[in-house]
Design a protein around this ligand. Sequence first.
Ligand SMILES: Cc1cc2nc3c(=O)[nH]c(=O)nc-3n(C[C@H](O)[C@H](O)[C@H](O)COP(=O)(O)OP(=O)(O)OC[C@H]3O[C@@H](n4cnc5c(N)ncnc54)[C@H](O)[C@@H]3O)c2cc1C
Length: 481
Amino acid sequence: MKDRPYHFVAIVGGAIAGSVAAEILAHHGIRVVVIEQNARPYGKIEDGLPRWHREQRKQEYGRIDARLKQPGIFFLPSTKLGRDLDFQDLRDNWGFSAVLLANGAWRDRELGMAGAQEFVGKGLVYQNPFIYWYNHKNEERYTGPYYQTPDDALVVGGGLASMDVVKILQLENYERALRARGVQTDVYELEKKGIPAVCKLHGISPEDLGIKRCLLIYRRRAQDMPLAQPAKNATPDQVAKTEATRLKMLRLAQEKYLFRVQDRRMPTGLLVANGRLVGLKVAETNVEGRKAEPVAGSEYELRAPMVISSIGSVPEQIPGVSMKGEYYDFDDETLPRHAGSDRVFGVGNVVTGQGNIRSSLLHSQQVTTQLIENYIGVGDEDAPSTRFCAGAQARGAAQAQAVQDRIRWMPRPSYLEIAALEQRIRALQERVGYSGDYGSWVASVPSSDTASQVSRPTDIAPESTRQSSLCSAAFDCAPCG
Ligand SMILES: Cc1cc2nc3c(=O)[nH]c(=O)nc-3n(C[C@H](O)[C@H](O)[C@H](O)COP(=O)(O)OP(=O)(O)OC[C@H]3O[C@@H](n4cnc5c(N)ncnc54)[C@H](O)[C@@H]3O)c2cc1C
């Protein structure tokens, strides 16, 4: 084996799962290259966790940085699999021992109504780009689509991510309204103290601000919302307790952020005017277990300046990566091997979509509930703090360990192949201007977590003055950001 000294593995995605896997493999003497589409490798933490989670974001960035700085790990930023690199080429021709997909779940599940996709950017917005915009909109270098946050928007969802969406809408609208009254507040204060408390501090009643408030619709009952999860094999009593917890979380969140909710509601059709989506036809539902069926004759119209669909995230399609339905075709969740090859594996959210908190390896039921309450903003501030991402980290570690055990038995590349691989990686690093010094690279990338920001007029201006003359969309996406 002298001429075959170690394995070399490519990991696609450098966030929680990718960095955990890289560290574990490197500790076992395996050489790793982490291929990351963005300049910074923080994934859902930077682009999915709303930016008011400042402290948590900072801590998780630190953890990812510490892992990726380990010896034996090459970092290849600003390089996207499927755009800059071909999956089949990486798998079959580069000479890696194995390829690990750790690229998360970034594709919004489609709203699922015929013709709806036609209105993306014309009244219909999806959660992932919306939250990405929200987190990055004040950065000078942000060039993505620009979204607006009109009052009275309609959100289709019910899970944690949809709670983030309604909070963004509410916080933006109340911040604007309060500023228009001369009150200097910001999203951080409003999120922490809650909208009614901030209004009260300034002797204002929230009702006097004339905000209609956004509406969240959910197809099952409010007590079914996937906010808290019962234990596996829960007794009827335990299920009832979880349902009560969900209702309490929802009530507290509504009291603090003032959004409206209609449960047992399902979109059944599109309302369209002048080429834009202007709302949804909605039916009441009959809920039995997990099944929700529209009730005949119960349909009505919900008009809204913007509809945001927040019904789940699935992995993005990459040419050559075969799919089973909405997901990549992995054969097992413990050792997720891709069906197309015995050298391709998955770790993290890419395997099952958004992390399932129920399967958290670290947290008890009680702690999990508490950390979700804290995440939503309705928890007990004095309770000991827990890490929202610890479950994701532990799950990624278990999968990476299983992959490591498998890789040990695979053929290693030769010295020559390793030298060729390193040369190729260095050439790609040079192409994107990466010198090989991880610390100085991440420090040099401007972001909303660092100082280089612009304050866009849209943060404070009333809706009517916000539109660029270049922009034809009335409320949501515009290429003028
Ligand atoms: C709303 C919300 C709900 C959450 N719910 C849970 C939960 O229920 N349970 C739980 O444990 N955790 C949850 N989390 C926490 C945790 O943030 C995620 O589970 C975790 O961050 C996922 O990590 P990941 O590394 O698998 O994926 P990601 O953080 O998505 O990382 C994927 C990385 O791959 C990169 N990438 C994507 N495509 C490519 C490509 N083609 N080429 C190169 N790079 C690519 C991305 O840029 C990114 O850096 C939630 C987070 C949010 C925001």
